[in-house]
Write a protein that binds this ligand. Structure first.
Ligand code: ADP
Ligand code: MG
Length: 236
């Protein structure tokens, strides 16, 4: 396999429009690393869903995203592809620490995201971990320090931030809030606020939610910067 020139990839992403006049149809049309392209191919993902073709170009450009689309529309890849790519183009390594944090309302959903990440990201060198409880804090903590990408439930994540003295998140580039409405409905508002407060201000935030409520709007105001709105409306 030929060695990829990351500078070329960076140039291609610079040339990409956040809202291309012709939205991408196939993943191969996007400026993605060979590792992600081959991971998508091996997972049999070829065409982008509607939300993916609006969210991914803007997210690759580093924009914050406020995404609304119902269950089953393909939100997971809408954030996992940009997470992998934006760290890859920064030449993220094991020594750079935590680069992306993905918050999910439930353990089950976090595990699903993690499994998709493992499949699509299989050809990347990033380390990835789950922070969902069920193991001792100590056990989770020992692995945490070595992770580049974490998929976590808010309560557990906050517990680590509060109790793990040397847990370094100062380098974090991306925060993803998946199913943000459910995160709020489940009473994690204070936990999310506290987590966001711990994170660097200079970062990219991708927020996905099926509904738009006041709590979501408050969260958006607090944690997103000039977001690109992407939504998929119900249609026949
Ligand atoms: P959501 O998070 O919006 O509920 P998911 O990301 O879980 O949706 O995707 C729903 C289903 O669609 C999953 O089975 C997933 O594998 C499939 N899927 C997602 N994106 C694509 C795609 N681009 N091509 C084919 N199938 C896809
Ligand atoms: Mg989902």
């Amino acid at each position: 396999r030929e060695v990829e020139n990351v500078d070329d990839l960076i140039q291609k992403v610079n040339d990409l429009e956040a809202k291309p006049a012709t939205p991408p149809q196939d993943f191969t049309e996007l400026p993605l690393s060979q590792a992600t392209q081959s991971g998508l191919e091996a997972s049999h993902f070829k065409k982008l869903t509607t939300i993916q073709s609006s969210a991914i170009p803007a997210a690759l450009k580093g924009r914050d995203i406020l995404g609304a689309a119902k269950t089953g529309s393909g939100k997971t890849l809408s954030f996992l592809v940009p997470v992998l790519e934006n760290l890859y183009r920064r030449r993220w390594t094991e020594f750079d620490g935590l680069g992306a944090l993905i918050l999910s309302p439930t353990r089950e959903l976090a595990i699903q995201i993690f499994e998709v990440l493992r499949k699509v990201g299989r050809n990347h060198a990033f380390s990835a971990g789950l922070v969902i409880g069920g193991k001792s804090l100590q056990e989770e903590r020992e692995r945490l320090g070595r992770m580049n990408i974490l998929v976590a439930t808010p309560g557990r994540m906050l517990q680590h931030m509060d109790q793990t003295a040397d847990f370094d998140i100062g380098n974090l580039q991306m925060l993803v809030l998946d199913e943000a409405d459910r995160i709020m409905d489940m009473g994690f508002q204070a936990a999310v606020d506290a987590i966001v407060e711990h994170l660097p201000k200079e970062r990219q935030t991708l927020l996905f939610s099926a509904t738009q409520t006041k709590k979501i709007n408050d969260l958006v105001r607090l944690s997103l910067h000039e977001p690109e709105f992407v939504s998929v409306h119900e249609s026949a």
